[in-house]
Design a binder for this molecule. Sequence first.
Ligand SMILES: [Fe+2]
Ligand SMILES: [Fe+2]
Length: 203
Amino acid sequence: MENDSLRLNRSSFGNPQNIDQVLSTPEAKRLLDDWVLNEKLKVHMKQVAHLMKAFAASRGLDDLNIHKWYLAGLLHDADWDQWPDQHCRKIIEELELRGIDPEIIRAIASHGPRYFGVEPVSEMDKMLYAFDELSGFVHAYSLMRPEGYVGMEVKGVKKRLKDKTFAAQVSRADILDASERAGITMDELIQFVIANQANSDLS
Ligand SMILES: [Fe+2]
Ligand SMILES: [Fe+2]
């Protein structure tokens, strides 16, 4: 998906006056239901949302901030299903229109620096980028294991990462780049996903 047309060509997102303005969980899920017809994509966004929420909680953030992390994960690919040629731009504009917290919008804007041309800066930005590809990869791995997530080990995930034919569409380079930018080792990142992803709320 090397596609220059997805570049956002901007560096500021949302309005600083809207700090702490969020969608409620039902509002965000309604947006997802309206925009995303592909159930697998919805599962992906709910899993990334869960990882973001769990990570924010592990950092000791307060409930409002945990919810912001959750929303960034839940909505980051909301426009991918129906408007792939407007991916990222459309959801950003929607959230700006709704007056949502700029931190959430910026995290979404930087979830694919190679495509959108926006560098992840905050910890929320960096972790969304880091969880995005790895979450889908670990999910694919769980589906091929008879026991799913049970007994899954970091070394098993790493072995699959080395196998270029497995989940070939997942960019290993992006996963590595993201973990370096986040300052978290691959092992820690993989361990976090294994430990948390199975508990995702997929409703
Ligand atoms: Fe995306
Ligand atoms: Fe994604």
